[in-house]
Design a protein around this ligand. Structure first.
Ligand code: NAD
Length: 474
């Protein structure tokens, strides 16, 4: 199949490529200039997409699961085969350097393949002379999938893979900031799935609310900010749509005094700043034991000075721009607030000048716990580093948040680290590693970081509902 990855971005509705009367501009965050246009889905086209998904559901739900799994697996192969072209487009719309962009596309492919090996269980509660009681899982219907801009490919595939394996059909909307790769993936998959099984639409800010209030959806699977998640949940209430919400985080990492600083500094740095710190599960509050605080701060500062921040298409760039102007302004506002309050800031390497959304890697040196940069999710390259002396105190500080997505513990004492991990109120905890997520392991935000689960068998079952069949035997 020959696809032009540099132009002709179309939606996929009912298995066909579709343009729309209006378009939205897609910006290159490294220049701040528009470089492409994506369709701006009309309400009538949204209706068509939902109708196509609804019509396709009738036969897709009855397609044997082995066939659905095989098609999802094929989609994974096709995605992997186009990782190179997609990664170049990815860098232009998202900003991340090309090699890391390629890893994300391959990660999406890996997810499709891994989830295609999963089969929901069937439980038999009784099989006697008098009756047989069997519970199986059945699909829900048409899924409304809404994705963010920070990991546009992987986080979309986290939804596509389990929803389709489970027998649902879908209308997927990428973020208006990063619609292009997802639209091209729709084109790549157009001949794989029967028409209407996977519809992909793009549009401006009006489209998300139009989708979540659309009566044709059985469930909403949403990844994005906690504020938007709350709006989605209240919109879903009208028709009692099922929801899965993967939301924001303000993850704490706790660094114990026994670590080897040279060994961990690099890992801790990229656990906070990879993807220009635009990761829901990035370290966003770094608590360091007072006895090693200065040593770690100086090592992180040295790494920050040596890391090239720039256009992701340039050789040697490690960190790209912030993905969009809105996010750039939000991060700059937090930095300005920290400066205005006299906090000590450590800046990394200089960033390119011009229209791109570049911000230097910034470490805030032991700010008060109550400062905005500690309390709010920055979702950009500004990291507060805080001292602690007492383990009970630091666990309380780590848990004193409305968020509960992930956390990390760094220590040579594995037993002690596990004990600390178990006391953290988050859905995922890493010990001496970070940012490691797998298709077979549930990912669930605690508190206001989420509602429901993605990944693992638990994540697959979120796209299904149990049906118990009681058979009386003659
Ligand atoms: P966002 O909430 O602004 O947007 C996410 C998506 O929702 C976009 O597609 C957007 O167009 C759409 N949207 C916006 N308003 C809507 C509404 N009222 N109704 C329905 N849809 C609407 O989030 P973002 O800025 O794209 O992403 C950053 C946030 O996402 C951060 O808070 C980050 O922590 C979080 N995030 C969470 C996870 C996770 O798995 N928990 C993963 C990645 C990002």
């Amino acid at each position: 199949m020959s696809i032009d990855f540099n132009s002709n971005y179309t939606m996929t509705i009912g298995g066909k490529g579709v343009t729309s009367p209006g378009t939205i501009d897609v910006m290159n965050p490294a220049t701040g200039e528009p470089f492409a246009k994506a369709p701006d889905c009309t309400e009538a086209q949204l209706d068509e997409a939902v109708a196509a998904a609804k019509a396709a559901f009738k036969s897709w739900r009855n397609t044997p699961i082995e066939e659905r799994q095989a098609l999802v697996r094929k989609a994974g192969e096709v995605l992997a085969a186009h990782a190179e072209e997609l990664s170049r487009l990815f860098t232009r719309e998202q900003g991340r350097p090309v090699d890391a962009a390629k890893q994300e596309v391959l990660g999406g492919a890996q997810w499709l393949q891994a989830v295609s090996m999963m089969t929901p269980p069937t439980h038999v509660s009784e099989d006697s002379d008098t009756q047989r009681i069997e519970t199986r899982y059945v699909p829900l219907g048409v899924i409304c999938a809404i994705a963010p801009w920070n990991f546009p490919v992987t986080l979309s595939m986290w939804k596509v893979a389990p929803a389709l394996v489970a027998g649902n059909t879908m209308v997927l909307k990428p973020s208006p900031f990063t619609p292009l790769c997802t639209l091209k993936i729709g084109e790549l998959f157009r001949d794989i799935f029967p028409p209407g099984v996977l519809n992909i639409i793009s549009g401006g800010d009006q489209l998300g609310p139009q989708m979540t209030s659309h009566p044709g959806f059985a469930k909403i699977s949403f990844t994005g900010s906690t504020a938007t998640g709350k709006a989605v949940l209240s919109s879903a209430a009208k028709d009692l749509k099922r929801v899965t919400l993967e939301l924001g985080g303000n993850d704490a990492a706790i660094v114990m005094p026994d670590v080897d600083l040279d060994e961990v500094a690099q890992k801790i740095f990229f656990g906070a700043f990879f993807n220009t710190a635009q990761i829901c599960v990035a370290t966003k509050r770094l608590y360091v034991h007072e006895s090693i605080y200065d040593g770690l701060r100086d090592r992180l500062a040295a790494i920050a000075k040596g890391v090239k921040v720039g256009d992701g298409t340039e050789q040697g760039t490690v960190l790209g721009p912030v993905q969009n102007k809105r996010q750039y302004e939000r991060v700059m506002d937090l930095i300005d607030d920290a400066k205005a309050n006299g906090l000590t800031m450590i800046e990394g390497a200089a960033v390119p000048e011009g229209g791109g959304y570049f911000i230097p890697v910034t470490i805030v040196d032991n700010p008060p716990e109550s400062s905005r940069v500690v309390q709010e999710e920055a979702f950009g390259p500004v990291l507060p580093m805080l001292k602690f002396a007492d383990i009970d105190d630091v666990i309380d500080r780590a848990n004193d948040s409305d968020y509960g997505l992930a956390g990390a513990v760094w220590s040579k004492d594995e037993d002690k680290a596990v004990e600390i991990a178990r006391r953290l109120e988050t859905g995922t905890v890493w010990i001496n590693q970070n940012l490691n997520l797998r298709p077979d392991t549930p990912f669930a935000g605690h508190k206001q970081s989420g509602f429901g689960i993605e990944n693992g068998m638990e994540g697959l079952l979120e796209y299904m509902v149990p049906q118990a069949i009681y058979l009386a035997k003659a």
